[in-house]
Design a protein around this ligand. Structure first.
Ligand code: GDP
Length: 297
């Protein structure tokens, strides 16, 4: 499948380092654990998640004698999967109606993800409205228009330089009128300064939360290829906007897929979807077990 193929580089990197560890059967020694922890950190999973996973594995191996490498890999896979934060029941993307505010730096894949989300929901028979609230870049508005055309959904847009909060306001009005199941708002990823951007996004978020008659999720779109930098970005956005979840893009063709775990665990945010390509259908539901398998082989 596309996710498995997409994560092949992350998997290769992981396997290269795990292969040099010698599995010494039931009596796994300290060196092994230290090396495993380092392997996990090198896979961009983050020091905290790596330590947690290794501690839990030590515990499991003490309780059960793990005879071979396969058994240890199975436990590793389970531990990785369980380390992801999951969305609380009823607080995920299956809410209907739902308004999604996509935030993230330029180039992270926000507009593409908005288009993919719209196409997916439309394909499931839902009514979708897109809001072009990245009014800073004319290209962003045009790009979103193109996605709206492709999946034949309504788009609310104004000229470049308009107030993004009022675009959001209007988007929600239109959505209400059309009885939309899903509203996806694309926001700016760059202003003059990062502080300006956060202020604008805070304003947009607060307007949308006040105006929306449906649940609102503020979702960070993050490019996996940025690796550890992605964690720093995610923390900045989360501090400013109190995020509800994350969509990780460009998992195809990066060896840094482990960053999804670092962000999810360290910031306590569920991964809501993953992007595995540039095409309209290259968006996947996130399944922690599938992901852990695809990552570790
Ligand atoms: P934005 O600035 O955040 O709106 O980012 P865009 O949606 O314009 O995406 C930036 C670039 O990343 C575009 O060339 C997209 O085609 C590409 N892109 C987005 N998502 C993915 C993905 O999951 N995989 C790959 N390979 N490319 C992606």
């Amino acid at each position: 499948d596309r996710m498995k193929a997409g994560l092949s580089k992350s998997r290769e990197k992981f396997q290269e380092s795990i292969n040099v560890l010698t599995f010494s059967g039931p009596d796994v020694d300290d060196d092994f654990w230290d090396n495993l922890e380092e392997t996990l950190i090198m896979s961009d999973m983050g020091a905290r998640a790596a330590t947690k996973i290794v501690e839990e594995m030590k515990d499991t191996t003490q309780r059960k004698a793990l005879a071979n490498a396969d058994a240890i890999m199975d436990v590793l896979c389970d531990r990785i999967a369980d380390t992801f934060t999951v969305a609380k029941d009823g607080e995920g993307l299956d809410q209907d109606p739902l308004c999604l505010l996509l935030v993230g730096v330029n180039g992270s894949g926000k507009t593409t993800t908005a288009g993919k989300m719209a196409a997916e929901a439309k394909g499931n028979g839902k009514t979708v409205v897109l809001g072009a609230a990245d009014t800073f870049r004319a290209a962003a508005i045009e790009q979103l228009e193109e996605w709206a055309r492709r999946s034949d959904v309504t788009i609310v847009e104004r000229e470049r330089g308009s107030d993004p909060a009022s675009v959001c306001y209007e988007t929600l009005e239109v959505a209400e009128r059309e009885g939309a199941d899903l509203v996806v708002v694309d926001t700016a990823g760059r202003l003059h300064t990062s502080a300006d951007l956060m202020r604008e996004l805070q304003k947009v978020t607060s307007v949308v939360r006040k105006r929306a008659a449906c649940p609102v999720m503020t979702v960070l779109v993050i490019d996996a290829t940025t690796g550890q930098n992605g964690l720093v970005q995610a923390r900045t956005f989360n501090d400013a906007l109190d995020l509800d979840g994350v969509i990780v893009t460009k998992l195809d063709g990066t060896a840094k897929g482990g960053i999804a775990l670092a962000i999810s665990y360290e910031l306590g945010l569920p991964i809501l979807k993953i992007g595995v390509g540039e095409g309209i259908e290259d968006l996947r539901d996130f399944d922690a077990h599938d992901f852990a398998r695809a990552l570790t082989g």
